[in-house]
Design a protein around this ligand. Sequence first.
Ligand SMILES: NC(=O)c1ccc[n+]([C@@H]2O[C@H](COP(=O)([O-])OP(=O)(O)OC[C@H]3O[C@@H](n4cnc5c(N)ncnc54)[C@H](O)[C@@H]3O)[C@@H](O)[C@H]2O)c1
Length: 335
Amino acid sequence: MILSVDLGARSYDVVIQRGCLSRAGELLNLNRKVLVVTDSGVPAQYAKTVAAQAKEAYTVTFPQGEAGKTVDTWMSLLDALVEHNFTRSDCVVAVGGGVVGDMSGFAAAAYLRGIDFYNIPTTLLSQIDSSVGGKVGVDYKGYKNLVGAFHQPKKVLVDPDVLHTLDLRQVRSGAAEAVKVALTGDKELFELFESGKAMAQIETVIYRALAVKAEVVRQDETEGGLRRVLNFGHTVGHAIETVSNFSLLHGECVALGMLPMVSDEVRVRLLSVLRALELPTQYKGDTEAILEAMSHDKKCAGGEITVVTCPQVGSFEFRKIPFQQLANELREVLK
Ligand SMILES: NC(=O)c1ccc[n+]([C@@H]2O[C@H](COP(=O)([O-])OP(=O)(O)OC[C@H]3O[C@@H](n4cnc5c(N)ncnc54)[C@H](O)[C@@H]3O)[C@@H](O)[C@H]2O)c1
């Protein structure tokens, strides 16, 4: 399957195909210097397979995990580009999850004011979401993605076969992002999750989830308005992520974060989908600490907070609601 992301001069294709990792040399222009970036948790064979298909490859592997998504790691990528005399006609290839993709995309965006970037995402979250849309960056001073840029990839290769080595909890966490876009933008995809057959049709799930995201990004590439719909579930989700000290995975927090943002009728259906995916539906930690974290959110001002809600499956609304109302809802729904 091929999905086209239509952004005028910055348009690109996403190739979704089992085994495409080993066809990288054919599908991408690797007939030049290539910086292959990966992390220590991604099976090394994936980066090796890509590097072996390039004319002149250099591989950088940094320690896995969000803790490594720093300016220092990003600078080590720039160092490698300088050391090996990369020019404007060379490129960077990310082989890893969202951390690798965001950081190597940002190195490609900054080096010589922008060189070609290819993304080969290897987690379900990155295949469904982060590899498309051009948001790249690093965490800084304890704030997630504080420093970054918009830099679209030249092509994205999604090989569902690499998910075989991914921890099941990570797979489920990624699926939460697909449920997120389904709820707000693709009723049929949500119904596929309800049928219990979604995970057996993972290519379809990836394609449909990316299609929703690609259309949103086409209409609002730099998040002037509509793109905020992709933050559905994230206002509460990010607060849970912070308060739980990252003991819960991103998608698990998004799963919880969606629950207070849907109508009662949608919640019944969402709960059943989340349970079937073995994603959390209750939060046993300190709910008041979540509310405290949310009160510092930039979307919260004058006692009101702007959120994305889902009144019906396949639709969304931007709403400004009193913070107290959300607080009550959250206490009730997550208990
Ligand atoms: N740019 C965007 O639009 C966007 C959107 C959503 C999330 N993000 C970012 O994505 C990041 C999270 O991404 P993630 O969930 O992919 O986490 P991640 O990149 O940390 O990967 C999770 C873990 O899985 C390991 N791994 C990766 N692929 C594997 C494979 N095939 N087999 C075995 N292990 C593998 C990694 O080494 C890591 O330990 C966050 O930093 C978040 O900010 C970015």
